[in-house]
Design a protein around this ligand. Structure first.
Ligand SMILES: NC(=O)C1=CN([C@@H]2O[C@H](COP(=O)(O)OP(=O)(O)OC[C@H]3O[C@@H](n4cnc5c(N)ncnc54)[C@H](O)[C@@H]3O)[C@@H](O)[C@H]2O)C=CC1
Ligand SMILES: O=C(O)[C@H]1O[C@H](OP(=O)(O)OP(=O)(O)OC[C@H]2O[C@@H](n3ccc(=O)[nH]c3=O)[C@H](O)[C@@H]2O)[C@H](O)[C@@H](O)[C@@H]1O
Length: 426
């Protein structure tokens, strides 16, 4: 099939490269010329394991990139994979996706009605927001019709390619059998043993929000229970390992610590709360999940305060990305941790295996080290914010600290006899 993907960020590039790998002819569209050139040079514009290789394999063959919306003329399905950030009050900002939808509508107006592609929304938008995207598309189109579907994405950053290639489920939100069949045909090469949910566009997006809200709330509940364990002098990981054996709970997403960040859980939970309030419903459990999450970085710093007065001291922050294996620092827990340390007058030195440059753009005023050893050298304390595998093998590096104090927010560092080691929930 001929596919166009509008928006070439984490989701769009993964989608484009993986669909090309499935045998489809894919055109990736982005307004950013640097992104377009990067893909056409055979490189991924975002850092994801395996994505560079996929783009390199298919670029110039089944995958090409352009800034020109005219490329939709050829396509059977056109995806919208534009960012959907939040306003300060949590409501979803649909400005980016509606302006893309309007521009897309203008291009579709040039195509005979019978030849128009199915438009599938990959971006995460609240169910009430779907009508706004539809209106923008129709405003661009003028007279005429086009069919809009939703096809939410469940991949995680850091494992985007493998998550896309081996999904737990596929969700098709359509208004017609024709649209469902197009999506079935598109995913046919990977859908063999994958449960497929065929529903309407709004329910499909509610499935996406419920999925993220459930997982974020699960982690906050684990953190709440973990904080209680810590107060009782118990190890939350021992407790969670045990409850995870209950199939109804499952062993996944039971890691307590400094909380959830990233470009999706915080924004999606906030957007769902705001959309629910817009309907005069107050989702109290989701509000509590956000509240627990907001408090975890402060609990980490309070623990550090018990061991060292950080004012004027060099303090190492190990891990800057919101999770390992990505350079993404959006809503990383490292941000409130660094801000809290700066408010206490600490001299902060940050280290991350790949996210240093992203964090430097965001917080330029702190020092950045090229290795964990360099960050720890002379530090009067260290906090661990991201569970990068390399932190598990740190050992003699701690000997160069002025005070060997480590407060671990992710249960990744191996405690030693020489170390004053505190876990956030153990
Ligand atoms: N990042 C993730 O792991 C996941 C994200 N999502 C959802 O997917 C959507 C996209 O997320 P990301 O890929 O992370 O966003 P992103 O910010 O990485 O990428 C968005 C891309 O759209 C481009 N763009 C913006 N306006 C455009 C326009 N008018 N025309 C063409 N291109 C335009 C930008 O230049 C950028 O490259 C969001 O709604 C997000 O919630 C869903 C599942 C996973
Ligand atoms: O909508 C999205 O964008 C995506 O959001 C999350 O994916 P992602 O944010 O990439 O990463 P996760 O692995 O879910 O981690 C999110 C945050 O939760 C934290 N986390 C995760 C698991 C855990 O047990 N404990 C915990 O604190 C991580 O450190 C990270 O900060 C979902 O897992 C994806 O299914 C979804 O598609």
């Amino acid at each position: 099939m001929h596919i166009t993907v509008i928006g070439s960020g984490y989701v769009g590039t993964t989608l484009s490269a993986c669909l090309a790998a499935l045998g489809h002819e894919v055109t990736a569209i982005d307004i950013d010329t640097e992104i377009v050139e990067t893909i056409n040079r055979g490189r991924s514009p975002v850092s994801e394991p395996g994505l560079d290789e996929l783009v390199a394999t298919h670029s110039g063959d089944r995958l090409r990139a352009t800034t020109d919306y005219g490329a939709v003329e050829e396509s059977d399905v056109t995806f919208l994979a534009i960012g959907t950030p939040s306003y300060a009050d949590g409501r979803i900002d649909l400005g980016g996706i509606t302006s893309a939808a309007e521009a897309l509508g203008e291009s579709l107006a040039e195509i005979d009605a019978d030849d128009r592609p199915l438009i599938a929304v990959k971006s995460t938008i609240t169910p009430p927001g779907i009508s706004e995207v539809r209106s923008a598309l129709e405003a661009g189109l003028g007279d005429g019709e086009v069919e809009l579907a939703t096809n939410p994405e469940f991949l995680r950053e850091g494992s985007a390619v493998s998550d896309f290639q081996q999904p737990d489920k596929l969700v098709f939100g359509t208004d017609s059998a024709w649209a469902t069949e197009r999506l079935q045909e598109l995913y046919e090469p990977l859908a063999a043993d994958v449960p497929t949910i065929e529903t309407d566009p709004e329910t499909a997006m509610m499935i996406k929000y419920a999925n993220n809200a459930f997982l974020a709330t699960k982690i906050s509940l684990v953190n709440d229970l973990g904080n209680i364990c810590k107060e009782f002098g118990l190890d939350a990981y021992e407790v969670m390992d045990a409850i995870g054996l209950d199939d109804r709970i499952s062993e996944r997403f039971l890691r307590s610590g400094v909380g959830w960040g990233g470009s999706c859980f915080p924004k999606d939970v906030d957007a769902l709360i705001a959309a629910a309030r817009g309907e005069k419903y107050t989702p109290r459990i989701l509000e509590a999940a956000v509240d627990v999450n907001d408090r975890q970085p402060k609990r980490l710093l309070d623990l550090l305060d018990e061991h060292v007065d950080v004012a004027d001291k060099r303090i190492a922050v190990l891990g800057l990305s919101f999770k390992p294996r990505t350079d993404d620092v959006r809503n990383s827990r490292a941000i409130p941790v660094i801000t809290g340390l700066l408010e206490r007058g600490a001299r902060v030195v940050g280290y991350d295996p790949v996210a240093t440059e992203s964090m430097r753009e965001r917080i330029p005023e702190i020092e950045y080290a090229d290795s964990a050893a360099e960050a720890l050298d002379g530090a009067a304390g260290a906090v661990v914010v991201t569970d990068w595998e390399e932190f598990a093998s740190l050992d003699s590096e701690f000997e160069a600290m002025a005070e060997p104090i480590v407060v671990d927010g992710r249960r990744i560092v191996e405690p030693t006899d020489e170390l004053t080691y505190e876990g956030l929930t153990w």
